[in-house]
Design a protein around this ligand. Structure first.
Ligand code: PEP
Ligand code: CO
Length: 443
């Protein structure tokens, strides 16, 4: 094996990378990025790793969620705050229902680069590069938008920093105070079919808090919440520029996010992404699913977590409702045979994408939930632990996925279909999903 460095991935073949018109301009930008301050710290990263180890043992639960692709134009107060609110509300439901600490991780503050199935797109006789996320190019079908521009890497770093700055301020101030969950209320609480259940949970939790504080057991922890960030580590030059040595620690950290993950399309064992990821000290995720062999998964474990460090590796499975029953058990057996520890996470979104007759990319609530329930059942039958869930969701009232208590149907999609890439659960559907997890685990 070649010696690892933040740049050693360059000697391997990298899928899903942008082709820039000028290498020189790209290097200039990367040089600038490489001296800008980090977005997260190694202490936070190490603390997350300890918490993920607890989730792998079944003592905590990971809730990971956010946009498929963040847009630069969504870097606004209401959109960020609503995303934080929905994740906080979902985490309250899960804490109450599962009786476990919940680790909140957003797909946020850096989820700007996307893998695509085609390199280019042709419309009306002209061909342009595919949209690869705001970090690389723009979605409009014009050369100005679609030709990759390295200046976007600096903009992405800037948007990530602004987003994180706001999240940090909110999580450490009155907004996140567990005594005042009304701060996190979305319209959901007034209008949703599930509102009364949510209210009951909140008042239950308030009573428990009051009880603890009467006993003198209150802690300053209750006035703020911990919130971590994650994104797909797809754009390797960007990730490399944010990979740093920190004083008094031996390893390199990716300091652009707490929990980077390897996408399904870039998980080749000899590929550049696995090479980059094997050397960083962050906990890392890797998407696994249909078509991946047990042998490949075993190799991934050895390559990405050679020391079998607890909390280091999350396997995020995304099979699809019709494939999970057949596909997941052999992977669980492979991990069990290896004797290594992993955190199992279910992404019930990416195997359940379909196109409607009118051309919308959508997902059905029922299929998402069914995959999730099967995941819980399969893990418990196989003697493994499902320690977390991974959703594409938003805190806003979008209409991108079909179904849920309000019965959104195909014709509703056009009302507020805002995603540039994959369809997300809206705030009601996301909240329902959290409730459904709790109900299923109580069955
Ligand atoms: C994603 O998480 O948005 C994604 C592209 O997923 P996957 O790599 O599992 O296809
Ligand atoms: Co997606």
């Amino acid at each position: 094996m070649i010696e690892w460095s933040p740049a050693s991935w360059q000697r391997k073949s990298a899928r899903q990378q942008a082709t820039y018109p000028s290498e020189e301009k790209l290097s200039e930008v990367l040089n600038q990025l490489s001296v800008l301050p980090p977005l997260v710290t190694s202490w936070e990263i190490e603390s997350l790793k300890v918490q993920l180890a607890a989730a792998a043992r079944g003592e905590a639960f990971l809730l990971q969620g956010g946009d498929c692709a963040e847009n630069f134009s969504d870097c606004t107060s209401p959109i960020i705050a609503n995303k934080l609110k929905i994740l906080l509300q979902m985490s309250l439901m899960l804490i109450h229902g599962l009786n476990k600490r919940v680790i909140r991780v957003g797909r946020i503050a850096g989820q700007y680069a996307k893998p695509r199935s085609a390199e280019s797109e042709t419309r009306g006789g002209s061909t342009l590069p595919s949209y690869r996320g705001d970090l690389v190019n723009g979605p409009a079908f014009t050369p100005a938008d679609r030709i990759p521009d390295p200046i976007r890497l600096l903009r992405g770093y800037g948007r990530a920093a602004m987003t994180l700055n706001f999240i940090r301020a909110l999580s450490e101030s009155g907004f996140a105070d567990l005594h005042h969950p009304e701060n996190w209320d979305l319209d959901f609480v007034q209008h949703s079919p599930q509102a009364s259940e949510y209210r009951r949970v909140v008042s239950d939790l308030a009573a428990s808090l009051h009880f603890m504080e009467t006993l003198g057991a209150g802690s300053s922890e209750l006035n703020r919440v911990q919130f971590f960030t994650s994104h797909e580590g797809l754009h390797l030059p960007y990730e490399q520029a944010l990979t740093r040595r920190v004083p008094n620690r031996a390893s390199h950290y990716n300091l652009s996010t707490h929990l980077p993950w390897i996408g399904f399309r870039t998980a080749a064992i000899e590929g550049a992404h696995v090479e980059y990821f094997r050397g960083i000290a962050n906990p890392v995720g890797v998407k696994v699913g249909a078509g991946m062999s047990a042998g490949q998964v075993q190799q991934l474990l050895e390559r990405l977590n050679p020391e079998d460090e607890p909390g280091k590796l999350a396997l995020i499975h995304r099979f699809g409702v019709n494939q999970i029953a057949e596909g997941l058990p052999p992977l669980i057996e492979a991990v069990q045979k290896s004797g290594r520890s992993v955190l199992w996470v279910c992404d019930p979104m990416h195997g359940n994408t379909e196109n409607t007759a009118s051309g919308y990319k959508t997902r059905r609530y029922d299929k998402i939930l069914s995959e999730l329930k099967q995941a819980f059942d399969i893990h418990s039958q196989q003697g493994s632990i499902l320690g977390g869930v991974h959703f594409e969701l938003t805190g806003d009232d979008v209409t991108e996925c079909i179904g849920g208590a309000r019965g959104l149907n195909e014709t509703d999609l056009e009302r507020a279909y805002l995603t540039q890439v994959d369809p997300r659960l809206n705030y009601e559907q996301a909240m329902e999903m959290a409730m459904a997890i709790v109900h299923h685990s109580a069955e």
